[in-house]
Ligand binder design. Structure first.
Ligand SMILES: NC(=O)c1ccc[n+]([C@@H]2O[C@H](COP(=O)([O-])OP(=O)(O)OC[C@H]3O[C@@H](n4cnc5c(N)ncnc54)[C@H](OP(=O)(O)O)[C@@H]3O)[C@@H](O)[C@H]2O)c1
Length: 329
């Protein structure tokens, strides 16, 4: 059956301007790192994208090596685009990235112009797209001159293969240098994608200030710390959780007694606020207007519907913020 998107999809979502750009992003974006590979159930992947879009999420985030196997999330996404989303292409912001290992040999990793240009060509073929809306350098490369990596991003935009560019996992000093090079080239950086959650707060030491000053958007990834910032691990490891089903990037060793104690205390505070812990963890990021969108993952469509309920209360009292800081110490 032909998919028809929910007619009211733009009514309850919030849209935030991305830095000083012309683009607004939905306050929630959906990432395809997990749950979209050939190893996953295709119909579930399809339903995740439909549920996201039906609820006002306009931004889908990919990378060359999402899967497993590498490339399969993009290939599945291309298939789902054909099946369901082709007529909605202009309502979508689709991103991809290169910077981690993708293919064998010296040209399939890091930040050379050779790698970035070839990788995006491959991504476009897999996704059956003429262009992506955002192309990222996925992580800084200590060996390639930053000028070369940024020139590759500029070239890609001039070739019409991406509309905007971003960087991910860059610390403030290297991000500042990248922004300057990109600005001088005439392709300003649209967005920075850092890891940011209640459990991972390095961006508060200078990055958020820099982004505000430079007019660059911010899209925190793993805002739920891959599911730790929910109530699901409080009483063991559920069979359908990421720890049990994947275990590669999040495993039992991350669920320490100290973490569980913090999660339990945060869960108690969330309940006092009339929220679930997942809602409070997402709202805590969205309280900062420098955060353009939070980049969530989901294994089930219901989680998307649940997570966006965080928008119902994104304000925190000073007492609540102090208590959160005390718990997280
Ligand atoms: N730039 C980078 O280097 C980088 C790195 C990592 C990720 N990312 C991007 O960020 C995206 C999100 O990362 P992430 O998947 O780690 O994000 P996350 O939102 O922190 O974790 C998502 C996981 O949490 C659980 N979950 C989600 N909503 C829930 C809810 N309402 N209640 C209970 N559990 C819930 C699900 O896991 P279960 O399987 O347990 O149900 C879900 O798969 C990725 O897809 C990718 O696009 C970027």
């Amino acid at each position: 059956m032909t998919y028809i998107a929910a007619p009211n999809r733009y009514q309850s979502m919030e849209y935030r301007r991305c830095g000083n750009s012309g683009i607004k992003l939905s306050a929630f974006s959906l990432g395809l790192w997990h749950n979209f590979g050939y190893v996953n159930n295709f119909e579930n992947s399809r339903n995740l994208l439909k549920t996201a879009f039906d609820n006002g999420i306009t931004h889908f985030d990919l990378a060359n090596n999402y899967g497993p196997p590498y490339g399969s999330a993009e290939a599945n996404f291309g298939r789902i685009l054909d099946l369901d989303f082709r007529s909605y292409r202009d309502e979508l912001i689709i991103s991809s990235k290169a910077g981690y290992d993708m293919w064998d040999g010296p040209y399939g990793n890091w930040g050379s112009k050779k790698y970035l240009v070839a990788s995006l060509d491959q991504s476009l073929k897999r996704m059956k797209l003429d262009y992506v809306d955002i192309f990222y350098h996925h992580r800084p490369d200590p060996e390639t001159p930053l000028e070369e990596t940024m020139a590759a991003l500029d070239l890609i935009v001039r070739q019409g293969k991406a509309l905007y560019v971003g960087i991910s996992n860059y610390r403030p000093e290297e991000a500042a240098k990248a922004f300057k090079i990109l600005k001088d080239l005439g392709t300003p950086c649209l967005i920075h994608q850092p890891k940011y959650s209640m459990f991972e707060r390095w961006v508060e030491d200078g990055l958020l200030d820099l982004l505000e000053q430079e007019g660059v958007g911010c899209i925190p990834f793993s805002p739920l710390a891959q599911g730790l910032l929910t109530d699901k691990y409080l009483h063991g490891i559920p069979e359908d959780s990421r720890v049990a089903t994947s275990g590669k990037f999040l495993n039992e060793s991350h669920i320490t007694p100290d973490k569980i104690e913090k999660i339990a205390k945060l869960n108690g505070l969330a309940q006092q606020r009339g929220q679930k812990l997942a809602h409070m963890a997402l709202a805590w990021l969205l309280k900062d207007k420098r955060v353009t969108s939070v980049l969530i993952g989901s294994s089930k469509p219901e989680q998307i519907v649940d997570s966006i309920k965080a928008l119902q209360n994104t304000s925190f009292s000073d007492e609540e913020l102090t208590l959160i800081n005390t718990i997280l110490k």
